[in-house]
Design a protein. Structure first.
Length: 251
């Protein structure tokens, strides 16, 4: 139990680091399981006779490293295992990955508007100058903790009703697959490592320059027409990529 642990104030090891180690050991040993609420800053401060600033620093680092997550006005909880993102020959979705991992995903729409068609859509052969696109900017959470930010540009003429859709009740993928003309039949995906930018710091709580996974996805319908292009930026410490390769010859 955490009440049986103690902090040694007579060693040169920083107090916050000692508390961080205690909490991490409790998590790894299973004393605190995924989804468990840990003691509050005030409780930990009193328990170990240390300042709340010291407690806050220990918790902040564990949040940053993905072991804990905060829910405003509720408390700090133990995270579930990191999300595995599949890159395979099947048409997989973010929600499939979340469901398989046993985690809880939610999303927040930051911006949605009709804009002139973007250059990347033009370069992909999705339209001509003068066409329009739908710009959709979302922030996704894993167990209440910011996981990624995703920017999607969709070909407007294929999604004319999207601006009136309730994306709180339906996912974008559900809307796409409901219409044979926009049902996703294949996609192309590029994954690359990039440093965290100011936007990742502001929205995701990443450290400036920390490793991020940038996932670029182009989706196509049954006529092999481009439906959309999206750029998703994942916090590196909360996600990993899994690649599946299939031998077409069965040998």
């Amino acid at each position: 139990m955490i009440t049986d642990c103690h902090i040694d104030k007579n060693t040169p090891i920083p107090l916050y680091y000692q508390l961080k180690t205690i909490l991490l050991d409790q998590i790894k040993s299973g004393e605190y399981e995924s989804g468990d609420l840990i003691p509050t800053e005030a409780e930990l401060s009193a328990m170990f006779d240390i300042s709340r600033t010291t407690v806050r620093q220990a918790i902040a680092e564990l949040v940053q490293e993905g072991y804990l997550y905060r829910i405003p006005s509720k408390g700090t909880y133990v995270s579930k295992p990191s999300l595995t993102l599949h890159i395979s020959e099947s048409v997989y979705t973010f929600l499939n990955d979340v469901k398989e991992s046993g985690n809880l995903a939610t999303s927040e729409i930051l911006k949605m508007e009709i804009i002139p068609i973007t250059q990347d859509l033009l370069d992909a052969g999705a339209g001509v100058a003068g066409d329009r696109a739908i710009y959709l900017y979302r922030k996704r959470y894993l167990n209440g903790m910011p996981l990624n930010r995703a920017i999607s540009t969709l070909v407007y003429k294929k999604f004319t009703g999207l601006m009136d859709a309730d994306l709180e009740k339906q996912t974008l993928r559900q809307i796409m697959d409901a219409d044979p003309q926009t049902k996703v039949m294949r996609w192309k995906r590029i994954v690359e490592a990039v440093p965290a930018e100011a936007e990742d710091v502001r929205l995701l709580g990443a450290k400036l320059g920390a490793p991020m996974q940038k996932m670029t996805t182009i989706r196509y319908n049954r006529d092999d027409e481009v439906l959309d292009i999206s750029y998703a930026y994942y916090r590196g410490e909360l996600s990993r990529m899994e690649v599946q390769v299939v031998n077409d010859n069965g040998q």
